[in-house]
Design a protein around this ligand. Structure first.
Ligand SMILES: *[C@@H]1O[C@H](CO)[C@@H](O)[C@H](O)[C@H]1NC(C)=O
Ligand SMILES: *[C@@H]1O[C@H](CO)[C@@H](O)[C@H](O)[C@H]1NC(C)=O
Ligand SMILES: *[C@@H]1O[C@H](CO)[C@@H](O)[C@H](O)[C@H]1NC(C)=O
Length: 226
């Protein structure tokens, strides 16, 4: 990080408030969202296969489209929730203590919780855990019965499982109930599947979530912001 030093002192001279603001907030939020979106997609693909095998083997190719309303809800809500969870819920404010910047602050490695790239880098395990927790919470929300896009998916799968021309016989009703319950059990497992995809160890610890860390690349990226 030696090459940053001259740049930082120059930046400090022209702008006393170095912080992760505006485009830095957007950029950092976007890389976490985009990397997590790939994991969420993989989890949904996995769940689609399980649903197809158990309930609608003759509609295997259609299951991803049945699940799409939930994925759209994820896509539509992931950015705002992530931005809020990282900034300002955790990282915000100045790094100075009694008017003095502690060593490493504001950048490149700042041992004070504040709103700068150096603080994001120093508290990387916390940042990583916040991104995971936020994504898991959103998945919990969108895979719950009673949430519109979930109910849409459930109805589509029930219809497909009933087959065309199915009448509302006792047998058909019992089968629909079985599909509904099975589907709820599978979808309840989605947040846990995200944790597995992230390599487990879902905690704010140095070795947490090894599959959703991208530590070297993320830190490098974060420090591209002054
Ligand atoms: C997307 O989310 C916003 C609120 O964040 C909501 O108003 C809008 O209806 C949603 N659109 C879709 C297609 O889910
Ligand atoms: C996890 O995320 C949810 C939803 O954003 C939030 O309410 C909760 O406080 C978070 N938990 C932790 C431990 O950060
Ligand atoms: C996002 O994840 C990919 C691997 O899936 C990784 O190569 C990339 O560096 C990550 N992005 C950042 C900014 O770390």
């Amino acid at each position: 990080m030696k090459y940053l030093a001259p740049f930082l002192s120059f930046a400090a001279a022209v702008s006393p408030a170095i912080a992760c603001e505006g485009p830095c907030i957007v950029g950092v939020t976007q890389v976490w969202v985009s990397n997590y979106t790939a994991r969420v997609e993989a989890v949904f693909n996995n769940v689609a296969q399980e649903i197809a095998q158990r309930f609608v083997p003759s509609h295997t190719g259609d299951v991803p489209s049945y699940l799409r309303p939930m994925f759209t809800a994820y896509d539509n809500n992931s950015y705002d929730g992530m931005e809020h969870a990282i900034f300002p819920s955790f990282f915000h404010g100045k790094c100075q203590r009694n008017g003095v910047d502690p060593p490493g602050c504001p950048n490149p490695d700042c041992p004070v919780v504040c709103g700068t790239p150096g603080s994001l880098v120093h508290f990387f395990p916390t940042l990583r855990y916040i991104a995971f927790n936020q994504t898991r919470s959103l998945l919990e929300k969108i895979t719950k019965p009673g949430f519109g896009p979930y109910d849409e998916a459930e109805n589509a799968i029930e219809r497909a499982a009933a087959g065309s021309g199915a009448r509302r016989t006792m047998h058909a009703r019992a089968k629909a109930e079985q599909v509904r319950q099975g589907l709820r059990d599978i979808m309840k497992g989605v947040p846990g599947k995200l944790e597995q995809a992230c390599g487990g160890d879902a905690a704010d610890t140095p070795e947490g979530l090894p599959g959703c860390s991208w530590e070297r690349e993320m830190k490098e990226y974060i420090l591209t912001w002054p």
